[in-house]
Design a binder for this molecule. Structure first.
Ligand SMILES: [Zn+2]
Length: 79
């Protein structure tokens, strides 16, 4: 029990889900290693690029039909 120092805090590595040392000695925290940090950064960069490119399309496809559905508007304004 004395082998594990209480001052070391372990967190879950966001990249691999494994234990990561959350301390100043771990330069890649909250990641467990440099590899996991670079993997996560790469994923973020890719996702950010995809999101900014696809969001306008998604908004048009899923958002417009509801607000501009002729049937819905007719049901409300037909007298
Ligand atoms: Zn990791």
């Amino acid at each position: 029990m004395n082998e594990a120092p209480l001052s070391v805090k372990l967190v879950v590595c966001p990249a691999c889900g494994g234990p990561s040392v959350y301390a100043s000695s771990n330069l890649f925290r909250p990641f467990c290693s440099e590899r996991c940090k670079s993997i996560d950064l790469g994923a973020w960069a890719n996702e950010d690029f995809r999101l900014s490119a696809e969001t306008p399309l998604d908004d048009e496809v899923y958002g417009d039909p509801k607000s501009s559905d002729p049937k819905l508007q007719q049901g409300f304004s037909s007298r």
